[in-house]
Design a protein. Structure first.
Length: 130
């Protein structure tokens, strides 16, 4: 019988690349609401065009993975409660829709991590498709 250690392989995590960040940020919508850090996707797209800024953002992401630490700054969120339209009364919580806004930088790094994990899952056939 195999031990637990033999059942699970450790995934070596290579450093993030410029291409990963560029392809992730291109798909982001500039018209979304600003996050708690007041950074819009359009701002971040402009910032990341600068090589030094892009390298610093990638370095932050790599350090987060290396240290296995997610900064408290990335965990800050803002909840906005929006009333659903065409309701006669708003005396019940079900007549409202909460929207959670996360920090833009955090969302970008999470998108890159998500893309890499999706690639790894598909590459290794971790999901059974019938």
């Amino acid at each position: 019988m195999l031990s637990k250690l033999n059942l699970y392989q450790t995934l070596s995590w290579s450093s993030f690349s410029e291409k990963e960040f560029t392809s992730a940020i291109v798909k982001c919508n500039n018209s979304l609401a600003p996050s708690p850090d007041k950074l819009l996707w359009g701002h971040l797209k402009h910032i990341i065009k600068d090589k030094m800024c892009q390298d610093n953002i990638i370095a932050i992401a790599n350090v987060c993975i290396e240290l296995e630490y997610w900064s408290n700054h990335f965990k800050i969120l803002m909840t906005i409660v929006i009333p659903k339209p065409t309701k006669l009364s708003y005396d019940s919580p079900k007549f409202f829709r909460p929207i959670v806004l996360l920090n833009t930088m955090s969302k970008l790094i999470e998108k890159v991590i998500s893309n890499r994990l999706q690639f790894h899952v598909i590459l290794n056939n971790f999901i059974y498709q019938s």
